[in-house]
Every structure is written in C-alpha cells, then in structure tokens.
Design a protein around this ligand. Structure first.
Ligand code: GLC
Ligand code: CA
Length: 553
C-alpha cells in the first residue's frame, strides 16, 4: 500500500471515537412527569461511560412545540422547560466532561417553527426587520408542489400566509418556514447560536439538512450552493473552540463530498456516509460484498483531517434513494416488505433487529460492520440492547420510543403513574419485559456486554479510524475483506454477509494473523479462513503481542 503523508495533527479526537446518539426526551425521566430530562440523562452518564463511548450526539432539546419532534424550534437559546433548565444543561455537560464524554448538539438552522417570534414578526408586516429572514413570493411559484422532503405526507414546499397574503417557502413541513440563509443577518444569528452553546460546554454540532441550508431558496431560482458559508461557520467555530467539530447531515452524491469537507478540510470535519449506509443495507439484503466495496471506494477520497460518520439506523427512515430500483426492491423485500414499514416512497421506518428478523448472528455482523467500515461509528441509543420499533406510531416516531432500562413499569424509564408522552414498547419479543439493560448487564453473552467488548476492541484499532484501507480479494461474492494500515500496523476485517458458511484464503505480507476476538492465531503468509454464517473476524496482521509491539502509537 502506498505510504501516506504523516498526519500533521495526530490527536483529532473525532478520528477514533465512538459517537452515541440519543434524545433527552426518551432517555430517562428524573421527575416522573413522563418526559425524559437532563437530570435523568446525567444519571445515565456512568452507563454510557461504561459502554465506552466518547461523544454523545443529542437530538434537538430547544424550546419547541414538537410538531417535528423538536426539529421545529421557537427559541435557539433555551432548553425546552420540559427537559430542564439551562442550569441543568450545564450540570449535564460538566458531568459528561468529567467522564471524558463530549457533547454534540443538533444545529437546526435550515428552518424555524412557524411559532418562532422571528416568523411571527416576519408575517405580521412586510416592513418588519424579520421579513427578509424568511423566503417569500408574491404569487404562487410554479414549483410550489415540487421538492418535498417528506413526499406522501407533505403536500407542497410553498404555503400561502393568510396574514400577509404572500407565499412562504418550506423545504420540510408547512410549519417549518425556511430561514433565508443568504441574508447576512441570519448568518450572524447562526454564528451567535453556535457561540452560545459552545460557551455552555458542547464540542460541536450535528448540522441538520446542510444541502438545504446552503442551497438556493426562493421562487424560480437556479440551483446554487453557498459552500463558502460552510467555511465561514467552520472558521468561527474553530476560533471560539479549537477542538469543536461540525458533523454534516448531507445525503449527497460522492462527487460533491469535497465541497462539504473543503479541499483542504477547511469546511465540515465530518459528514455522515449515506452512500455507504444505503449500500451496506443492500449488501446485507443481497449478500453482495462488491456493492458495499464499491460504495467504500467511491467515498474513499477525503481531506486528511476529514472523517466519515458511519451509522446503521439513525433517527429517520432508512433512506434508500441512492440505490437503483432493483437494489431498492431487494432491500424492501428483505427488510421492510409491508407498506406500513415503508415511508416517503423511499425508505424503511424500522429499527435494525426487527429488520433482521431478530437473528442475533446477523445483528452482530451488522454492528461489527458499523465498527469496522472506514470512519467513526455512530451508534443509536438502544442498539446496544437490540431494541425494536412500534409501527403503530406515526412516521419516524416508530423508532423513537423510550430507552428500556429494566422490567419495572414503563421499562424503568419513568416513574409516572399515568401514560407517557411517547409509550414504551411493552409487548411482543421487543417488549421491555424481554429487552432491557438491567437483564443484559447480568448476562455475559448479552448484546450489551458484547457491544461493550467490541467497542473496547474498536478503540484499540486506530488503523480503522485513522488509516487507509484496501479491499482484499476473497473470491466469494458474500465475503468482504478489508485491510487497514496506519503507522506500520495493520488490521484485517473479514465479514460473511451470507447465511451459509464460507471458506476464503487471505494472503498477507506479514508472517502471521491473530484473531482479535478469539484464540486463533496462524503463522504464514497464506491463510485459509472458515467463516461461520454471518461471521465476522477481526485480525491483526502480526504477532500475539501486538499491543506491546505496536510501533509509534
Ligand atoms: C433532518 C432530521 C429529521 C428532521 C429534518 C427537518 O432530516 O434528521 O428528523 O425532520 O431534518 O429538520
Ligand atoms: Ca421529566
């Protein structure tokens, strides 16, 4: 493999950490009102620290009428009172810091709630200073019913405001008017929001809907991206807090990745890898390793300081929009065959374990892939327990149910006597009676304890987070083998995507292979490997004492 330039800075924390995504609302309710809160989340920091995570990405916790689960904000400078106070927030970030856990907040600045005082002002008069903070059209634009993000649910992208008689633009639901992000006053406000939360202890932001934030907005506009805005936000962020990051939600084609990262890494430090995510699900459905390898290759090039965020399932539907029709059909048939499991004509609104029909081997293979594909893994709360979904809830709420802590009422999530705002899953194989943290922590073979061990091992493999990768030939369509190298060390990950056993031969320049998850160790340059159905093997190329012998780390 080609020798790569040594890293100028070799302690970028986001390169080799584990990110955990949760929603304060559904994690732990400390006061029995049925809604999770910051005091509750703070109590669970020891659990999270035990799991081994390095950063916590929180879904929006700002003041909101909650018509889009907090993604419709009425005050960017406030914690919604149902979750606590700013004081509780600072106590929480401080407690996280003491455990070495960083906090990443969701930055939702493509739009506000229609209840935000800025929008109320803007619609009250065409002379309002806030008028130009939003996007208006005197007449109904020609493309008023084009470009919806939630097709099937959302009917248009322009809605008439009865108060001013004009039409306002909303890429998302009609109660989420788009901010006019080209307006310098809006840009200054976004910087103020960033500065505010940095001051309160966050280490960065997951930036919501980035392509829309920087896209051209307005009636009959030519498509155009304001990429410079990303550089400006990043410059401001790094000036205020040297090690804070921006993690972009940008489901874009690989050809534009460098626009988001910046040629020299001067824009967003991280982006979610939607290309790999979608092809990973296709590869799992069809046992097609080359399809996944191709997605990895197409997103391989990136600035040295940049990093991919990898995920299996997130807070939204599994979006399959970048797959071919045939590939989509395969994934739907395998993982979400019924109409009520599907959403927005392009995705699946289920959690991972039910998609995999509860097959523990396949589930562990999928999580092993999450931890061993190129980038930094982003785990979603409850994945460490194998939590399921509740398809009786609307749209994406199906996968946003409360964390299942124990067999106590409301899964130990809340001591509320009445109903919860979001119900816990309390029936079927994924009910909290069967799936909960208290039981799993007592069982050494549980998914929870397995995940904890795999996280420990992943952190000991900085080659994956920092290094270069190469796909190794296996001669078997269902088996993916990836070799990572960094600073004269190498790990090789072999994954069998199929439900049948497989035999493959691997050649390595080193003289031995050591399995990191079992006792096998074999000498030589050519290795015959027997893979179990849905098997995953993590090897280090080199001797048993790899930890001691490892150079330059
Ligand atoms: C992002 C979020 C999604 C939200 C939308 C609008 O796609 O992940 O949950 O509804 O943005 O803010
Ligand atoms: Ca509460």
């Amino acid at each position: 493999m080609q020798e790569r330039k040594p890293d100028v800075i070799d302690d970028l924390w986001y390169k080799n950490t584990i990110i955990y995504n949760c929603d304060v609302r559904t994690y732990l309710d400390s006061n029995g009102d049925g809604i999770g809160d910051f005091r509750g989340l703070k109590r669970r920091l020891d659990y999270l620290s035990g799991l081994g995570i390095g950063a916590l990405w929180l879904m929006p916790f700002y003041a909101s009428p909650d018509r889009d689960d907090g993604y419709d904000i009425t005050d960017y400078y406030a914690v919604d009172p149902k979750y606590g106070t700013l004081g509780d927030f600072v106590e929480f970030t401080n407690a996280a810091k003491q455990r070495g856990i960083r906090v990443i907040a969701d930055l939702v600045v493509n739009h506000t709630s229609d209840q935000h005082p800025w929008f109320k002002e803007a619609r009250s008069s065409k002379d309002s200073v806030y008028r130009d903070w939003y996007v208006w059209s005197k007449k109904r634009p020609k493309d008023w019913n084009k470009g919806m993000v939630f097709p099937g649910v959302q009917k248009s992208t322009w809605t008439r405001d009865p108060q001013s008689g004009e039409w306002y633009f909303h890429r998302f639901y009609d109660f989420q008017p788009d901010l006019n992000t080209a307006n310098p006053a809006v840009q200054a406000e976004i910087r103020r929001i960033i500065g505010f939360w940095l001051q309160l202890g966050v280490s960065g932001f997951r930036m919501d809907a980035v392509p829309f934030v920087i896209g051209a907005k307005g009636a009959n506009v030519q498509p155009h991206e304001q990429y410079d805005m990303l550089r400006d936000l990043r410059a401001f962020l790094s000036w205020r807090s040297e090690d804070a990051i921006l993690l972009a939600e940008a489901n874009v084609k690989p050809a534009t990745n460098f626009q988001y990262f910046g040629e020299a890494g001067e824009r967003m430090q991280m982006m979610f890898n939607f290309q790999v995510n979608q092809h990973l699900f296709y590869a799992l459905a069809a046992a097609d390793a080359p399809a996944l390898a191709a997605a990895m290759e197409s997103t391989k090039a990136r600035p040295q300081s940049a990093q991919w965020g990898l995920f299996l399932r997130n807070n939204d539907e599994l979006d399959l929009g970048r797959l071919t029709k045939d590939q989509q059909a395969k994934v739907f048939a395998e993982f979400g065959p019924d109409k009520h499991m599907q959403l927005y004509d392009r995705g699946i609104r289920r959690r991972l374990p039910p998609m995999l029909k509860g097959d523990q081997r396949r589930l562990r293979l999928a999580i092993s892939l999450l931890f061993t594909l190129p980038g930094t893994p982003v785990l979603r709360y409850g994945d460490e327990l194998g939590m399921g979904d509740d398809l009786s809830l609307t749209e994406r709420m199906a996968i946003r149910t409360p964390m299942q802590w124990s067999k106590e009422p409301h899964a130990g999530f809340s001591k509320a006597t009445g109903k919860l705002a979001v119900p816990v899953i309390d029936e079927g194989p994924y009910g909290f009676q069967h799936i909960n943290a208290a039981d799993q922590r007592r069982d050494p073979e549980s998914l929870l304890n397995w995940t904890e061990r795999i996280i420990r091992m992943r952190k000991e493999c900085p080659e994956i987070g920092w290094g270069d990768f190469r796909i190794l030939p296996t001669g078997n369509q269902a088996v993916l083998a990836v070799r990572y190298e960094w600073r004269n060390n190498a790990v090789i990950i072999v994954s069998n995507l199929a439900g049948e056993p497989a035999e493959v031969t691997l050649r390595v320049p080193e003289n031995c292979l050591t399995n990191l998850l079992s006792y096998d160790h074999s000498e030589g340059k050519s290795h015959k490997i027997s893979m179990e159905p849905y098997g995953y093997h993590w090897y280090r190329a080199g001797g048993l004492d790899y930890l001691l012998n490892r150079r330059e780390y």
